[in-house]
Write a protein that binds this ligand. Structure first.
Ligand SMILES: [Ca+2]
Ligand SMILES: [Ca+2]
Length: 190
C-alpha cells in the first residue's frame, strides 16, 4: 500500500525528530569508556529525561536539564549527580562484538543509593544495579556488572533510573567502563 505524500512526510519528520547524535560526533566504542556526562545530543524527552528543569551542577556542555557535576576524582573531571527515579539518558554506542562484557561503574552515595538498569535497543541488559552507601557523595566506589550482552555494531544504550534509595537519590555516576571478561573466564570459542 502506498501512503499519501502528506503522511509520508509526517512520518519522515517524526523519524528525524526521534534521532539523537553522539556527543562529540562519534559513537562511544565498546569495549571502551562511556562517560556518564557524554550522553547524546538531542532534546529533552529524546536524548534524556530529567525531572527538573535546571542543571543543578556545572556548565560542562551548554544548557541541559541533566545535572552534571564537576568532580576531580572522576574520569574526565565530571559525572552526573542529583539523579532521580524516572530519569534516563541515551548514548549512541558501537560494539565490536556482542560480548559478554563486564561494566565497571564508579558511583557515589551518602546513605544507601537507589537502583538503575541499562538497556541496549530497548532490551534490559543488566537487570537492577544497586548503588551502595560509598561513605559520602565525595567518595567514588566502583561497582561491577558481569555478563552484559550488547548488540554488535551501533546501538542505543539507555541508562534508566528506577528507584531512589535512602539517599533520596539514585546515585552519582562517573562513567561506564566496558571490558572483556578477564582471561580464563571466557569459554573457548572453538
Ligand atoms: Ca535537572
Ligand atoms: Ca565522568
Amino acid at each position: 500500500m502506498r501512503l499519501p505524500l502528506v503522511v509520508t512526510v509526517v512520518l519522515l519528520l517524526a523519524a528525524e525528530r526521534a534521532a539523537t547524535l553522539p556527543f562529540g560526533g562519534t559513537p562511544r566504542l565498546i569495549p571502551g569508556l562511556v562517560e556518564a556526562e557524554d550522553f547524546d545530543e538531542g532534546e529533552a524527552g529524546i536524548a534524556y529525561h530529567d525531572v527538573n528543569a535546571v542543571n543543578e551542577g556545572a556548565d560542562y556542555r551548554g544548557p541541559t536539564q541533566v545535572d552534571i557535576e564537576r568532580r576531580p576524582d572522576a574520569s574526565n573531571g565530571h559525572g552526573i549527580g542529583w539523579t532521580r527515579a524516572g530519569e534516563w539518558l541515551v548514548y549512541t554506542v558501537e560494539a565490536t562484538a556482542p560480548g559478554p562484557y563486564t561494566i565497571e561503574i564508579p558511583v557515589a552515595s551518602a546513605k544507601a543509593g537507589g537502583r538503575f538498569h541499562i538497556e541496549f535497543d530497548g532490551i534490559d541488559a543488566t537487570g537492577p544495579i544497586t548503588v551502595p552507601d560509598t561513605g559520602g557523595w565525595g567518595k567514588l566506589q566502583t561497582i561491577r556488572v558481569d555478563g552484559v550482552r550488547v548488540p554488535a555494531g551501533r546501538s542505543v544504550m539507555k541508562v534508566v533510573m528506577d528507584a531512589n534509595g535512602e539517599s533520596m537519590s539514585v546515585g552519582d555516576i562517573d562513567c561506564f567502563r566496558f571490558s572483556r571478561p578477564p582471561a580464563g573466564t571466557t569459554p573457548p570459542t572453538r
